[in-house]
Design a protein around this ligand. Sequence first.
Ligand code: TLP
Length: 347
Amino acid sequence: MKTIDLRSDTVTRPTPEMRAAMMDAPVGDDVFEGDPTVKALEAKVAALFEKEAALFVASGTMGNQISLYTHEHHRGDELICDDEAHIDWYEVGAAAALSGLQLRPIAAPGGIPDPERIAAAIRPPNIHHPVTSIIAVENTHNRAGGVVVPLEIMRLIAALGLENGIKTHLDGARIWNAAAATGVPLSEWGRGFDSISVCFSKGLGAPVGSAVIGTKDFITRARRTRKLFGGGMRQVGILAAACIWAIDHQLPRMADDHRRATTLATSIADIPGIALVPDPPPTNIVVMDIAKTGLTPDQALGQLAKRGALLTPFGPTRIRAVTHRDVDDTDIETAIGAIREVFVKQK
Ligand code: TLP
């Protein structure tokens, strides 16, 4: 039985063409800034986002954390993010552990941050208060179900940062999906933001890699932070080549992932007890609240796995499926069959 792996869009394996590009990549020592393929990737990504410079890093977590550390702040300063943000939930407390930042998580119903709530959370000057130093926004929003934070909201938050002398960071691990879903070019999403982190290892399907994007000065300092965090890599052009290949070949097909997520969602939406969050899924993430099905996430995932479909737990009553390059229409039909068997059988 074939296993349909919908645990994340991180599970893709490099294609033969991608491997060929890796094989042929010219390389050098990137800590000495001597790897031409890494340089080419960094220049390409900076240009896509219309920023001055970019830095290749090992992971999305490292990209976020290098960005936060590099923005000027003192220990105990505050980072405003939303209360479902990856930075809050899935980065092992790194903002506190590595940068001494205290998190100020703000509710963002449906994954859409409210600039007024953020403005109200900015600390006024007072000897007792921490200083608000950074505002982070996640787009698309993972825990909210791949929701696209609208461009107007992004603009308002960037302006808020500027007005208040607070740095703004975009966790754009899946910003590619936001661009594909809306047709708004990549360059618009991070406009006005002081730093952006993007991932090549999610919807784009590269095996490793993320980038931090910003001004030349910021990236010079971020390069030093990367070294501090042990992330200076050497002949890493073989990985950067996969990322370049991924941008060139995977971006144009990202709409297929979104279409498959919609197919999956619409084919299970009628199952009693399953609630899609949101309904329909805006990008490649399908979150199902199964509270009313009588199954716990663990029970459901176990039964789905026996039928060849792998999903992830996503909270006490939720499970998540993510579409990606390595699942096709037939795989989605198989997954739909497995989900229907597990949940419809319960009734
Ligand atoms: N997300 C992973 C898990 O960590 C949950 C996933 O499977 O979705 N920002 C966002 C919005 C992310 O979703 C992720 C990864 C990251 C950052 C971190 O990327 P990595 O895993 O490369 O450190």
